[in-house]
Ligand binder design. Structure first.
Ligand code: GYE
Length: 340
């Protein structure tokens, strides 16, 4: 069967009009690809056909964060994704600026790890209006409008808090005495600080023998962990357990405990979260009792999501990372496997 042409010019004039139309279309398409190659159009900021990802990182506050950054940089390179990376140095305003700059540069996808949970709606609406999809990694935002991001890839921090408390319940199952707990919280207002506290309290509040006698933010850093632990030690005579929301704060606190003439891991039992190499070393030395793992190596999963989005494929709204719990007696066997 012969296919009828959609437009069949019969007269010379019609032929001329059609020729002109085709030339105009060809010129327009050339112009469009040139625009895309300029780096500010067509949703391809690089011009060499690569997907461009703008990533706004929290900072470099902990070993976890450093491992997370390396993972993202290495996986982007391996996946052939062009990465524009910005470090907000633990300031929300810097992260907002970075996101605005990514919008201006018209990157294909924006990903970021929100320092705190709230205050993102305005800038996320700007990204949405510019039709640039946003992926949340590691930390979530607290927003009523979940259309402002495509997916959230990261850990379940509430569950991590529960796992930390479950170890405690097991450790003290045969004792009726009061257990005095001090807590070093992560950055105030951040998802891991809020959720790790919530999950821990959910379990410990079921038994009145568990008493949290002091709880304060130490910003996820070693220096602050040490400083706040010193304050806890001088204000409280009888601390049984330290629950630190991350390893760096626990490692800082260990210094304070040792300087006070006490034995970390014995006089004061230590529960921590993350699972970085130095924490495993501390466990093999008997100074940390248990570490709840939080995996920073999100890069490969993030690049998969970015590639899917760039290809117009659907993604799940929530992507969880898989994690375990490690106790002192398992530390030596696991230490050689720790990459960060
Ligand atoms: O636990 C801490 C880091 O958001 C899960 O941030 C992350 C946390 C991690 O500074 O070490």
């Amino acid at each position: 069967m012969r296919h009828e042409p959609l437009i069949e010019p019969s007269t010379n004039k019609e032929k001329h009009v059609l020729k002109k139309l085709l030339t105009t279309l060809a010129t327009a398409s050339l112009a469009l690809s040139a625009l895309a190659a300029c780096g500010d159009g067509g949703g391809d900021g690089s011009g060499d056909g690569k997907t461009v990802l703008g990533f706004a990182q929290v900072g470099a506050e902990s070993a976890w964060r450093t491992a997370n950054t390396t993972s993202i940089q290495e996986s982007a390179a391996a996946a052939g994704i062009e990465l524009k990376f910005s470090d907000a140095q633990q300031k929300q305003e810097n992260q907002i600026k970075a996101i605005r700059s990514f919008i201006q540069q018209r990157v294909d996808v924006i990903a970021f790890s929100p320092i705190v949970e709230t205050g993102w709606d305005t800038v996320l609406k700007e990204a949405k209006d510019a039709k640039i999809p946003v992926v949340l990694t590691d930390r979530a935002v607290d927003s009523a409008d979940d259309s402002l991001y495509v997916t959230f890839l990261g850990s379940d921090f509430v569950e991590e808090g529960r796992r930390a408390a479950n170890w405690l319940v097991e450790e003290y199952k045969d004792s009726d005495e009061t257990v005095n707990i001090v807590e070093l919280q992560g950055t105030t207002g951040s998802a891991p600080a809020i959720d790790r506290k919530t999950g821990f309290e959910e379990i410990t509040s079921a038994d009145p023998k568990f008493q949290t006698i002091a709880s304060q933010a130490a910003d996820f850093t070693r220096a602050k962990g040490k400083e706040v632990m010193q304050a806890f030690l001088s204000a409280n005579k009888d601390i049984d357990v330290l629950y630190a929301h991350n390893d760096d704060m626990a490692l800082g606190a260990i210094q304070a405990i040792e300087e006070a003439g006490l034995k970390p891991g014995e006089d004061i039992k230590i529960i921590s979260v993350d699972g970085v190499k130095d924490a495993f070393v501390a466990m093999t030395e008997g100074k940390i009792n248990v570490v709840v793992e939080c995996n920073p190596l999100l890069g490969p999963q993030l690049m998969d999501v970015v590639a899917k989005i760039a290809a117009g494929q659907p993604t799940e709204k929530r992507i969880l990372t898989e994690e375990g719990v490690f106790t002192m007696d398992q530390a030596a066997a696991e230490l050689p496997n720790r990459k960060y």
